[in-house]
Write a protein that binds this ligand. Sequence first.
Ligand SMILES: NC(=O)c1ccc[n+]([C@@H]2O[C@H](COP(=O)([O-])OP(=O)(O)OC[C@H]3O[C@@H](n4cnc5c(N)ncnc54)[C@H](OP(=O)(O)O)[C@@H]3O)[C@@H](O)[C@H]2O)c1
Length: 256
Amino acid sequence: MSNTQFTLTNRTALITGASSGIGATLAKGLSTAGATVVLAARRAERIEQLVDEIESEGGKAVAVNMDVTQRESVKSAFDLAERFVGKIDTVVNNAGVAAPKNFARINDEERDFVMNTNFNGVWNVAQEAAQRMIQAGKSGSIVNIASVLGLTAKPGQTSYCASKGAVIQLTRAMALDLIKYNIRVNAIAPGWFKTEMNEDFFNSAAGQKHIEQMPARRLGDIQELVGPVIMLCSDAGSFVNGAVLPVDGAISVAGI
Ligand SMILES: NC(=O)c1ccc[n+]([C@@H]2O[C@H](COP(=O)([O-])OP(=O)(O)OC[C@H]3O[C@@H](n4cnc5c(N)ncnc54)[C@H](OP(=O)(O)O)[C@@H]3O)[C@@H](O)[C@H]2O)c1
């Protein structure tokens, strides 16, 4: 296999939740691999700053405001992105939230907050992207950021586990529906990476104890997600479809 199979030159990739954590690092990584990147999130200032950073390193990037839970917001973000950089052929559905609480105490609003972002958000963005790719006759790749908690479970995480399990099944079913349009759909199931979502926990004694129980005895470095996502987005992954790839230092096989 030649290394050119891993290039994203001539690809235009939209990354949701690009304003922080995993999404910001993935956006920079896809840009380094040659993609024009569209950074989508609600915190405009953060994605605009990241555009400056990427462009100062020679990349091409634009920022679009998007709330993944709102169809109209998703549509207008795609319209705006297309005006600046043309049709999008690569999507990384990364936006996500967590709201840990015991199942016995979760109210409907708290459940809907997690499901609307983690599940409906992926659905909204993937469907908008797929419809536009099909209309433009463009092949494409969609990568959904699920979680090891879509494969295993942890106390206090019912809404999150359910949302990520749903994303995994959505990924598999979408792959079958979209294969005839040459659109591949895969998921990454990350293990644990310190970000704004969980830094309080991993800075605590309980978090440190959890790390010691992990097979690798460390958290992942967000950079370690970049290679697997590039593989799935690029020609290197041309026959990988409907797959769920754990990037977790063996947490899912250990069942932790
Ligand atoms: N960190 C981990 O250990 C880990 C493990 C497994 C899976 N994941 C998954 O990785 C993804 C990224 O999480 P992270 O750890 O990088 O957390 P993070 O730093 O909190 O990032 C979450 C991102 O989601 C965006 N977002 C949230 N709600 C949104 C909405 N309604 N519309 C648009 N964007 C929205 C946020 O952007 P704005 O607030 O600016 O909109 C933010 O950029 C999530 O799907 C998460 O479930 C993380």
